[in-house]
Design a binder for this molecule. Sequence first.
Ligand code: ASP
Length: 326
Amino acid sequence: MSLRSLLVLILVLMMTQCSVPEEKPKAVLVIHGGAGWIKRGSVSDSLEQELTKTLQTSLRKGRAIISSGGSSLDAVQTAIMHLEDSPLFNAGKGSVFTYDEKNEMDSAIMDGATGNAGAATGIQTIKNPIEVARAVLDKSVHVFLSGTGAEEFAIEQGLTQVEPSYFFTQKNYDKVIEAKASMKEVKQDKLGTVGAVALDTDGNIAAGTSTGGMTNKRYGRIGDVPVIGAGTYAENGICGISATGHGEYFIRYVVAHDIAARMKYANQNIHQAANDVITSLKEKGGLGGVIGLDSAGNVVMPFNTPGMFRGYISLDGEPVVAMYKD
Ligand code: ASP
């Protein structure tokens, strides 16, 4: 082959390489609305419809940010805020009650591009706890704020404050009264935490989670949600994960980071990593699930409970929403 034809060949090869379109991510946003004892037939048709609609709207709102060139962090925050504003999920408005008959909320958000994170615990009067986490990420030198300090910071940042009564729902109040009467330490039925993971057009992954915790929790208990690496984790090029379930187990086994570490160090794909972690968690007594996205937009939503409210959306498709195991 002459030098000239070799150069032509190299040029053609370079051009074809450049013109191969990058594969579109399979999904750009995945969300959950909690894992737990949600069996087919245990949820009325009208409630099922309401839950589906709320999850679909959250997915559409988050996707709109990505498709207009916005960041995965904004998409995660927007999707979660929609769920926090609904009384149907155990986060924001629908948060469950503590033993002291209060609402104490936890939240976290992580930016996979920078490794920066923001988390808050013991929020009692800020309308959207995910906004507190986001403000910590953006505006604080710290990563994790708690209680009155976190609220003071949130107010300084101009976040919307509400009376604690804003978070009152009769069904959650009845649940804590029932749990206290039956001496259950913490009540696990429909766990109901919310979370989101997004992948934007710059390839940045973000993950966020928000929760009221567990009914009848006591002594300032903090769950896995605001513990970075346990309930929430994001790392560009690897994955983003948001968890839901019995937080104590997710903390002990550092679930979200374990999934990322298996992908990073043991070369597992996101399906193997997430499924293995959630299966072995059950063997250790930990109930719940995770949602996740890798850098190609592959979605995982494994859980080891009868159900998990969940869904995902691609750049141009319809939202896909599910609740039960089968
Ligand atoms: N993981 C949350 C917690 O332990 C509860 C949940 O996911 O529903 O606080």
